[in-house]
Design a protein around this ligand. Structure first.
Ligand code: NAD
Length: 510
């Protein structure tokens, strides 16, 4: 029984991502009213944000350069007053012009050691923003905020649904949400991103809160942005300290949790440890490919490296590097963190060889970790993979076609809704610590996280292999469906059972 909304139009990302939902719903005979509640989000908020942008210095084109070759250099105050952006432009702060000696021709000037730039006037810029609140039957809406040029309602619906399944799998008392802004952050200054973050929360203030909807970092958002968002939400309130749980993923010095920064990567590694244990193996010596070198990719690589695995290939948005002997991960992290490396990219790292983008997933390894954006493991990519397991640290990295090929080729899969659940699990610990005004040690956090991920991954494995059992850590007997099924459907079956319990025991809202 498929919903009628699936007819008459090209498959959207949301429709694709719901395929596992429908499969699992059929299999466990999900209550029809619960299915209806879960087929669409509770709320879809779409709104606009306007900020003032500063003037820019934009590099002139190669053709134009010849016309200005005799233009003398201007002496402007460089440093942070001319703020370099990752897209090659400079933000022109007016203080750069104080005591400056400028030669301008047709709006073009020469900056010493940097070249020729045209001044472009700043002004108001408008951005489309979203917050999708998918379901809250198990607790407050919970999900990340993404700043990216390719976001859409369709994408956020899919990601918000994923959060609903993920919080149920992690067995934490939250629902699912997602949102963000359609913006290319590489084209904006720190101050402009701050203004976008402030306006985003200003507009959402009446529909988020520690008991309502709790944002967190996702692609291109980070602890600094969470701090700005928390301040905006609590500003002017009489009890701001009681509201710190409005966002998670904060810096540990202002109410963030120890272990949160690495939690998503750590959760992925706990899953991989279990995967290796089931095979009677260990992670030491295994060769790993990591796509994405941001929060999740760096943490996964760093933790696996420390366990003796070899990170043989890394790809990010700007470059791909390979070293069959294993990359020196601490050196690679240092390379990405140098202040001049504005894109935080692996590009230019000398401890490996450059590889063509399209050849990355063909590299020899045992473990593939997509930790960037969705849709990277397509059918074609899956055909060429030479690994034993795909650990989905990113959200939705495998297309339905890719899924099919992985299954046919008997490549193991650790589905995203358990593989990257470490982030939201430690977000829950952060929220608890905020409410209780406590601060837990990193060891405490990681011990709890390890138990939670390994127990829930164990249940999913038991559902997939139809092996009901009660262990000291968990009881999977209530969740198995009486036959072997794939891991993605098994994960979804676990999520749906837990969500269904709430509806069936509490009843439905009006
Ligand atoms: P991030 O912004 O810190 O890093 C993203 C990385 O992906 C960057 O290295 C970027 O260069 C790379 N990238 C972007 N486009 C790419 C492309 N086309 N090819 C190769 N690399 C590309 O983001 P993040 O927080 O690490 O999130 C990564 C993924 O993990 C996302 O799918 C996100 O939804 C998911 N996730 C994140 C968290 C979290 O706690 N941050 C939790 C759960 C899931």
């Amino acid at each position: 029984m498929k919903a009628s909304r699936k007819d008459n139009h090209r498959k959207s990302l949301f429709d694709e991502s719901m395929e596992a939902f429908y499969r699992a719903a059929e299999l466990i005979k999900l209550d029809p009213r619960v299915r209806l509640e879960l087929e669409e989000p509770d709320f879809e908020h779409i709104f606009y944000i306007t900020i003032e942008t500063r003037d820019r210095l934009v590099p002139v084109t190669k053709e134009e350069e010849a016309r200005f070759k005799d233009l003398p250099a201007s002496s402007v105050k460089a440093g942070e007053a001319l703020e370099p952006l990752a897209n090659g432009q400079l933000v022109l702060h007016r203080r750069a012009l104080l005591k400056a000696d400028i030669t301008l021709r047709e709006g073009v000037l020469r900056i010493p050691k940097r070249g020729l730039f045209r001044i472009e006037k700043g002004g108001p810029k408008k951005f489309k923003a979203y917050r999708i609140q998918y379901n809250q039957v198990r607790g407050p809406y919970k999900g990340g905020v993404r700043f990216h040029k390719d976001v859409s309602l369709d994408l956020f619906k899919a990601l918000a649904a994923d959060m609903t399944w993920k919080t149920a799998i992690a067995d934490i008392p939250f629902g699912g949400a997602k949102g963000g802004v359609r913006i290319d952050p590489s084209a904006y200054s720190k101050e402009e991103i701050e203004h976008v973050s402030l306006r985003f929360i200003y507009k959402l203030k009446s529909i988020i809160g520690p008991y309502v909807d709790i944002p967190a970092p996702d692609v291109n958002t980070n602890p600094e942005i969470m701090a700005i968002m928390m301040r905006q939400f609590t500003d002017g309130e009489r009890m701001p300290h009681a509201m710190r749980g409005v966002v998670t993923g904060k810096d540990v010095r202002i109410g963030g949790s120890e272990g949160r920064a690495k939690a998503t990567g750590q959760g992925t590694v706990y899953c991989l440890e279990e995967w290796a244990r089931w095979r009677g193996e260990s992670l030491a010596g295994k060769r790993v490919l990591v796509q994405g070198f941001g929060n999740v990719g760096t943490a996964s690589a760093e933790i696996l490296h420390a366990l003796g695995a070899k990170i043989v290939g890394v790809q990010d948005a700007y470059g791909t590097i390979h070293n069959e002997k294993g990359l020196d991960v601490p050196a690679l992290l240092a390379h990405a963190a140098t202040p001049e490396n504005l894109r935080r990219s692996v590009e230019g790292f000398t401890g490996g060889t450059k590889v063509a983008r399209e050849d990355f997933w063909k590299l020899d390894a045992e473990i593939a970790i997509p930790a960037a954006l969705g849709g990277s493991i397509t059918g074609d990519v899956a055909e060429n993979l030479r690994v034993q397991v795909v650990a989905e640290a990113a959200n939705g990295p495998t297309t339905p076609e890719g899924d099919k090929v992985l299954g046919d080729r008997k490549i193991d899969l650790i589905p995203d809704i358990i593989c990257n659940a470490g982030g939201v699990t430690v977000s829950y610990y952060e929220w608890l610590q905020n409410l209780r005004m406590e601060h837990w040690t990193e060891a405490d956090v990681n011990n709890r996280l390890e138990r939670a991920i390994k127990a829930n991954f164990g249940i999913i494995h038991d559902i997939a292999t139809n092996s009901p059992q009660k262990t000291p850590l968990y009881d999977s007997r209530r969740f198995v469906v009486g036959k072997k099924i794939d891991m993605r459907t098994a994960a979804m079956a676990l999520a749906l059972r837990r969500i269904e319990n709430h509806y069936l025991l509490e009843g439905f809202s009006q």
